[in-house]
Design a protein around this ligand. Structure first.
Ligand SMILES: C[S@@+](CC[C@H](N)C(=O)[O-])C[C@H]1O[C@@H](n2cnc3c(N)ncnc32)[C@H](O)[C@@H]1O
Length: 344
């Protein structure tokens, strides 16, 4: 049995966790004074694209955990950038390499599907939604291979831009395979001094040669390492050729992996070999499904003080959250469940 004192502490902790997640979901839905709500943008985009629901990213509700993580890091980055880039007039960019359409639609939560801002939209709205001490990015570069998604993304990003006062010229939507882009030239063309890059594939689409190029540039990078998909590919090709895995890992070393731990370690070693530091955060889906977000940055002379909240607050909160609890959180936010006390 807990003492009263202990109980009080637990109560505060529960509240803290809930408040933190509530804030994150408010951001994913644009339910903040200074930004448009996602429903408003979705309605406006639906008028121009009547079949929007068939095109935008369909996801399980718990994919929102990844978006919550990303939105938190965009906030951290947009304040820490002052120590990453010294010049007052330097330009910072948000590059989303697997951008999607800017909106995501969950499978049913309660009796309805829920629309959330997708990763490119978060790059635009988070600093604005968080407040004055957060610096807006100067350029937004969104890469999406699927033509229909890229068209919706153009609409969504220009609707958001209009609402929050970003010029259309600061946004570029590129309808292309992200592996075919020269990132050095891209950053030079947009005069980017530093960039936050998000890499969110389904599986093994990004070639290591491309990630390696991105890591050579002045960037912070968030990479979704889809371990369940990578493991599936590895499991079915141990004794066969698999060019996709060769390109994903940048070598044939994946063949010597004995288990998924070895696959994760190999990818992490690749990143570390570029002189980068990697923080791995485990994101749970439903049941045993999980993946890692690898947060990659560069060691700074000041000792990267902004990484402390990542280690102390973000990582434990994300790793503790299960897919089912997140789904319930979304339904609470949508007004479907009256109380959440039993979940925290
Ligand atoms: C997991 S989804 C990304 C979701 C998005 N990041 C979000 O949070 O809203 C992957 C996206 O990448 C696109 N895609 C797949 N392969 C690609 C490639 N080689 N280059 C660019 N985009 C690609 C898909 O069409 C899909 O929209």
């Amino acid at each position: 049995m807990y003492s009263r004192k202990h109980n009080k502490g637990r109560g505060r902790k529960r509240k803290d966790d809930f408040t933190w997640w509530q804030h994150r979901i408010e951001i994913l839905k644009g339910h903040r004074d200074s930004v448009p709500s996602v429903e408003e943008i979705y309605d406006a985009a639906s008028k121009r694209h009547p079949k929007i629901d068939n095109v935008i990213q369909a996801m399980k509700p718990w994919a929102g955990i990844k978006l919550a993580l990303l939105s938190y890091y965009i906030g951290v980055y947009s304040t820490a950038i002052k120590s990453l880039v010294k010049l007052e007039d330097s330009k910072i960019c948000y590059i989303d390499t697997f951008a999607g359409s800017g909106l995501v639609l969950t499978s049913k939560v309660g009796n309805k599907k829920v629309v959330l801002y997708g990763s490119p939209s978060l790059g635009m709205i988070v600093p604005k939604a968080e407040g004055k001490s957060f610096r807006m990015m100067d350029k937004f570069i969104f890469i999406e291979e699927n033509w229909e998604k890229s068209l919706i993304l153009k609409t969504v990003s220009s609707l958001i831009a209009e609402k929050i006062g970003i010029s259309e010229e600061s946004i570029q939507v590129i309808n292309k395979d992200m592996n075919l882009i020269d990132y050095k030239s891209l950053m030079r063309k947009h005069k980017c001094d530093h960039a936050l890059v998000f890499v969110d594939p389904y599986c093994c689409e990004p070639k290591w040669s491309v990630i390696s190029q991105i890591l050579d540039l002045p960037t912070d990078v968030l990479i979704n390492f889809m371990i369940s998909e990578v493991r599936r590919q590895w499991g079915s090709s141990k004794s066969k050729e698999n060019a996709a895995l060769d390109e994903y890992f940048g070598s044939r070393e994946w063949r010597s992996a004995k288990n998924e731990r070895d696959l994760i370690d190999l990818y992490e070693r690749n990143i570390s070999s570029k002189g980068r530091i990697v923080y791995k955060i485990k994101v749970h889906g439903q049941g045993l499904f999980y993946y890692y977000i690898m947060l990659v940055t560069r060691r700074t002379s000041g000792g990267n003080p902004w990484l402390e909240p990542i280690e102390k607050r973000l990582k434990p909160r994300i790793e503790k959250m299960s897919g089912n609890v997140f789904k319930r959180l979304i339904s609470i936010f949508e007004g479907d469940i009256a109380t959440l006390d039993k979940y925290f």
